[in-house]
Design a binder for this molecule. Structure first.
Ligand SMILES: Nc1ncnc2c1ncn2[C@@H]1O[C@H](COP(=O)(O)OP(=O)(O)OP(=O)(O)O)[C@@H](O)[C@H]1O
Ligand SMILES: [Mg+2]
Length: 303
């Protein structure tokens, strides 16, 4: 197994230190989030982060890289993602050029006895194009590898990740097995649009990031929009929590709360009244049906 340098990383040396390190780069973790990052570093295990959109899954990986001053390597997943985009690809143009130059030089030889040499050396290091997974494995330094939105790739493609996640190695048939020198700290994120395979889950620590409590959301808003009045911030997070309790198509996430906070600052609103809420509701809710449900609730005065 490769070296796990994360185990002794000073910025991740206890749950409290992890929490402070993340806070220092503007990410406010819950105790559960800080604990999982700490354990992942100690145990050398990937973290599978699941939860609704906009709850800070991607940001967690980015902030961990920032807090630990390490390189972030990101693989954005999508339907149709294949080995050539995720792992490695042979540089066909370069290979073709090599074959052509080889051919010209062989043809110029008088006896032409070297034809079996043609294209012999085109499956070597110099012709390899590294994609994110291979790059993370071969990096000389500890890196943070973010495999973002893993639920968007087909279940068959997940197999690509299994060898990497359990042994930190990948197989390139022409070159053999490549093992990581340094274990990357791996974050996989998912919105839960489909079930991930048991094989994948088994290899990871599981972290579910739900919508934050009003207290934590207020802290996040305080850090990202410090100009916002504390009282108003309190009103905002309570209102958003109320919206999340409704049966909506898409509940507002932290991103929407932040957009709302920034907008209220720009509009010079110091305290929320019903008219302000009605005018700005579309910043929180992105579906017309949801806006109608919320407006109805508001007008009934149940909220
Ligand atoms: N704990 C947190 N501390 C500070 N900011 C946060 C936190 N959680 C979320 N945010 C903010 O919320 C925004 C959305 O987070 P992010 O993009 O990571 O969401 P996500 O869970 O990856 O969403 P999606 O599933 O849509 O990709 C970020 O820009 C970040 O500023
Ligand atoms: Mg994301």
């Amino acid at each position: 197994m490769p070296v796990n340098a994360w185990r002794d990383n000073a910025t991740l040396s206890s749950i409290e230190v992890v929490s402070n390190s993340l806070k220092s780069v503007g990410y406010l973790p819950s105790k559960q989030i800080a604990t999982t990052v700490y354990l992942a570093a100690r145990l050398g295990k990937p973290i599978l982060v699941e939860g609704p959109a906009g709850t800070g899954k991607t940001e967690l990986a980015k902030s961990t890289a920032l807090a630990t001053d390490s390189e972030l390597i990101r693989l954005q997943c999508y339907e149709g993602l294949d080995e050539a985009k995720a792992l490695y690809e042979w540089n066909y143009r370069k290979q073709l050029l090599r074959i052509q130059t080889d051919r010209i030089s062989i043809e110029s030889e008088t006896d032409g006895s070297s034809w079996d040499r043609l294209g012999n050396d085109i499956f070597q290091e110099g012709f390899l194009l590294e994609r994110p997974l291979l790059r993370a494995i071969r990096s000389e330094n500890p890196t943070v590898l973010l495999v973002d939105e893993v639920d968007r790739m087909e279940v068959e493609t997940e197999a690509l990740l299994l060898e990497l996640l359990s042994d930190f190695q990948v197989s390139v048939p022409e070159l053999g097995t490549i093992t990581a020198k340094q274990m990357p700290l791996v974050f996989l994120t998912s919105n839960g649009t489909r079930e991930l395979s048991e094989a994948l889950k088994r290899r990871c620590l599981f972290l579910y990031i739900d919508y934050p409590s009003p207290e934590r959301e207020l802290e996040i808003i305080g850090a990202k929009a410090p100009e916002l009045d504390k009282e108003l911030g309190g009103q905002l997070v309570r209102f958003v929590a109320g919206l999340r309790a409704l049966d909506l198509k898409k509940s507002p996430s932290i991103s929407e709360s932040l957009d709302w906070a920034h907008s209220l600052i720009e509009m010079g609103i110091g305290s929320l009244d019903a008219a302000d809420v009605a005018d700005t509701l579309h910043l929180l809710l992105k579906h017309r049906a949801d806006i109608e449900i919320a407006t109805k609730e508001l007008s009934q005065g149940t909220r």
